[in-house]
Ligand binder design. Structure first.
Ligand code: SAM
Length: 280
């Protein structure tokens, strides 16, 4: 069966009109209309035939079609109740497609995706960070996440210590994955056009993550350290309720100056600091 290409501005307009749909701002709906971008996202995901892929927010099936054409077995989770009827038509005839109507933050992913899988998505921008952190924190058998995000979020994801964009989210994401920006995407590649430039990021999930004995405590220390950006580690952690003498002792054991600021600490520094804070 030959399928018409969905990644095209006239095809997208036609599908939206036919189903009397309007892109929902509330659901972060900016549909891809650029076949070149779809191909580059699929290439970045390095899919082998038969590989399991979770797509978040398939929309009208644009990226999904590219994934299916590459031989992936796609399970897609879409919140918008109007879209299953659309997808049943746009992706009719593709065998390796399964749709779950629901909220990605609420579905039981352990049950849905029990085997190794990759995540590929053009994420709704209103909950990008929440989705990425949830995926990584749940310790699911994910190998790789390839996703479209706002360029500004991509820059925070790949930031290095000492830069303005380095923050708690950077540490939480890089702690579990190696992140790189694959390429930027201009607003013209979407319908409707978003107000900002986007970037496709690739997160290779670490097989052996940086060792900490209590990940929740580690994340708590990272969040607290960045709590008040211009404050020192000592004051930020004390402000979050850690006793001052414990912070001073843990910092000394970790070889960190308590007068340092969170944005200058590496992930390894945070790992050592949180281990020592638990033990002092
Ligand atoms: N993948 C399509 C594309 O590239 O054209 C659509 C991408 S659009 C940026 C984001 C999609 O995520 C929309 O279809 C939207 O309805 C869906 N969505 C929004 N919030 C969601 C949630 N919490 N769980 C699952 N899907 C969601």
């Amino acid at each position: 069966m030959i399928h018409p290409n969905i990644a095209d501005i006239s095809a997208t307009r036609h599908i939206l009109q036919r189903f009397k749909l309007r892109a929902s701002k509330r659901l972060g709906q900016n549909f891809l209309t650029d076949a070149g971008v779809v191909r580059r996202i699929v290439d970045a995901a390095e899919i082998s035939p038969g590989e399991e892929v979770l797509e978040i927010g398939p929309g009208i099936g644009t990226l999904t079609q590219g994934l299916l054409e590459s031989g992936a077995k796609v399970t897609a989770v879409e919140l918008d109740k109007k879209l299953p009827a659309v997808l049943a038509e746009t992706l009719a005839g593709y065998e390796n497609f399964k749709l779950v109507q629901g909220d990605i933050l609420k579905v039981d992913l352990n049950e849905l995706m029990p085997e190794n899988f990759k995540v590929v998505a053009n994420l709704p921008y209103y909950i990008t960070t929440q989705i990425l952190l949830t995926l990584l924190e749940k310790k699911l058998p994910i190998k790789k996440i390839v996703t479209m995000v706002q360029k500004e979020v991509a820059e925070r994801m790949v930031a290095n210590p000492g830069s303005k964009t380095y923050g708690a989210m950077t540490v939480a994401i890089q702690f579990r994955s190696e992140v790189k920006i694959a390429f930027d995407v201009s607003p013209e590649s979407f319908l409707p056009r978003p107000e900002v430039t986007s970037s496709v990021v690739v997160c290779d999930v670490r097989e052996s993550p940086i060792k900490v004995s209590d990940e929740d405590f580690f994340i708590k220390v990272v969040r607290a350290s960045f709590g008040q950006r211009r404050k020192t580690i000592l004051n930020s952690l004390a402000g979050a309720g850690f006793p001052r003498e414990k912070i001073l002792a843990a910092a000394k054991l970790s070889g960190i100056s308590p007068g340092d600021r969170a944005e200058n600490l590496s992930i390894e520094n945070f790992a050592t600091l949180s281990e020592n804070l638990r033990q002092v």
